[in-house]
Design a protein around this ligand. Sequence first.
Ligand SMILES: [Zn+2]
Length: 146
Amino acid sequence: MNFSFKSMWNYKCPKCRQGDIFKKPLNISKPVAMPDECKYCGLKTMPEPGFYYGGMFLSYIIGGWMALLPTLLLVFYFKWTVNQGMAFAIALVIVTYLPLLRGSRSLWLHLMSKYDPVAEEKAKDKISKENAKVSQEWKPRNKAEI
Ligand SMILES: [Zn+2]
């Protein structure tokens, strides 16, 4: 399967591991806005309608355990009251809402797509060409030219 945790964590395209799967910069009213396809390899970010239902289940499972385990530890080991434990769990869920929402989508796309080393090479090529262009555009002029 060749799963890359780093690429998943950084919201990169699972096929070429270079393109972004979420639009940048983050628009807080559309936190899961994705481009239609990867900028570098053309991988579709929405292969079929309802594709991210799976991601929803992942986020439910991960979020549930992530809130439950530390709360149980605090209540039964560190002797917090149940109300304090609940407050902690709610705060944790609020803080991790956005990363979990996007992370589970990214994880689902990574689980469902194949990595392609050739696509990665091509994407790196494109990126280095883009960077070369930018550095040419911004090259300071010689005094002689001015
Ligand atoms: Zn890609």
